[in-house]
Design a protein around this ligand. Sequence first.
Ligand code: ZN
Length: 139
Amino acid sequence: MRSVTEYLWFETSDRRGYINITQQVEGLIRQSGIQEGLCLVNAMHITASVYINDAESGLLQDYDDWLEKLAPHEPVSGYLHNRTGEDNADAHLKRQIMGREVVVAITEGKLDFGPWEQIYYGEFDGRRRKRVLVKIIGE
Ligand code: ZN
């Protein structure tokens, strides 16, 4: 069995952002030469997510609106966590519901997706550099 470990870096210009990283992950799988295996993709920060869903702009806005309803950024004084001097309690909660990682099967050298599945990086406390781990195992 072979294994490849890579890191992708992201820095969004806004506090929140949703980036389709499918092609980057596919590129790493191609480079790895692995034909049959598994690909793990996980956010390495507790205020960002990696998740799988549709690449549709209306849905991305729906996610953002829904997450802001569940855990609004303002007022920042509404969260105990922000007593630490941070202002990102909402980002921790948003990350929790959108998830930490995804695992996708690799079949014949490609991500074995269902229809419309795409891998997204969800940022909830952006404007700084953050890392995503990609671990590919197989043969
Ligand atoms: Zn925090």
